[in-house]
Design a protein around this ligand. Structure first.
Ligand code: 13P
Length: 256
C-alpha cells in the first residue's frame, strides 16, 4: 500500500506576515515529489494571507494550508472561536486537533477532541489528530495505555472507516520544544503500536492512515526519523519557522 508523506508546519503562536511571504517564496523554489504534501498551519489571523500567497506563487496541490484549532460548535455565541465553515470559506484544508498544548493549557478533553475531529471530517477538512504521552507516563510504562485512551474516543465517535481521512501525529510531550527527540527506534516502535491499534479495528484503514512524528524534529534528525517503516512524515514546530531548515525537512520526506 502506498502512503503519502506529509510534512506539516505548526507555527503555534509565532510568525508574522513576513514569515508567510518568506516561507512561500522559499518553498516555491523546490521541486517536491508527487507523493509528498506540505501543510503550513499559521495562527488564524494569517490564514487568508497564506492562502493568497500560495495562489500567487502557484504552489499547486502539493501545498495546503491548515489551522491550529477549530470549534466543535457549528456557530453561535462562542467568543474567540473559529468554525469549520469559516475555515472552509478561506480554503483551509487541514486542521490540527488535540495538540498537547491545547489538552494541557486549554483543558481540552478527549471527548471534546473527538467532537472536533467529527465536525472537521463532516466539513471535509482533514484533521491532524495529535496524541502523545508525558515524560512521567513514559517512565512508568503507560505510553500505550495513554495513546489508546486518546485514540479510542475518536474512533468511537467518528467510526474507524472515517480514519482513512484522518492524519495522526504522535508527539511525545517530553520531546516538544525541548530538543529531546525520541530516538528513531523508539519513535518507530510507538508508531508501530499506533498502526497496530488502528489495525485491530480495520487493517485496511491502518495501512492507509498517515502517521507523523512530532517533537524536536530538525534538519539533522529528520532523514533518519522519516526512513522508519511506520513514520510517514512530521509535525514540525520550531524548525518550521526557519524557511531554509523547513525546506530540508520537506525534502527528506519520500512517501512509503
Ligand atoms: P517542536 O518541533 O518545536 O518540538 O514542536 C513540535 C510540535 O509541538 C509540533 O506540533
Amino acid at each position: 500500500m502506498a502512503r503519502r508523506s506529509i510534512i506539516a508546519a505548526n507555527w503555534k503562536m509565532n510568525g508574522d506576515l513576513t514569515l508567510v511571504n518568506t516561507m512561500v517564496n522559499a518553498l516555491s523554489e523546490v521541486d517536491f515529489q508527487n507523493n509528498v504534501n506540505v501543510v503550513i498551519c499559521p495562527s488564524s489571523p494569517y490564514l487568508s494571507a497564506l492562502v493568497a500567497k500560495t495562489k500567487e506563487q502557484k504552489l499547486g496541490p502539493t501545498f495546503a494550508v491548515g489551522a491550529q484549532n477549530v470549534s466543535e460548535h457549528e456557530n453561535g455565541a462562542y467568543t474567540g472561536e473559529i468554525s469549520t465553515k469559516m475555515l472552509q470559506e478561506l480554503s483551509v484544508e487541514f486542521v490540527i486537533i488535540g495538540h498537547s498544548e491545547r489538552r494541557s493549557y486549554f483543558k481540552e478533553s478527549s471527548t471534546q477532541i473527538a467532537h472536533k475531529v467529527s465536525v472537521a471530517l463532516n466539513a471535509g477538512l482533514t484533521p491532524i489528530l495529535c496524541i502523545g504521552e508525558s515524560e512521567l507516563e513514559r517512565a512508568t510504562e503507560q505510553t500505550e495505555t495513554v495513546l489508546a485512551s486518546q485514540l479510542q474516543p475518536v474512533i468511537d465517535e467518528v467510526g474507524i472507516e472515517k480514519f482513512v481521512d484522518v492524519v495522526i501525529a504522535y508527539e511525545p510531550v517530553w520531546a516538544i520544544g525541548t530538543g529531546k527527540t525520541a530516538s528513531s527506534e523508539m519513535a518507530q516502535e510507538t508508531h508501530q503500536f499506533i498502526r497496530q491499534f488502528i489495525a485491530q479495528a480495520d487493517e485496511n484503514v491502518a495501512d492507509k492512515v498517515p502517521l507523523l512524528y512530532g517533537g524536536s524534529v530538525n534538519a539533522s534528525n529528520c532523514e533518519e526519523l522519516f526512513a522508519q517503516a511506520d513514520i510517514d512524515g512530521g509535525l514540525i514546530g520550531g524548525a518550521s519557522l526557519k524557511a531554509e531548515q523547513f525546506k530540508v525537512i520537506c525534502l527528506a520526506a519520500k512517501g512509503k
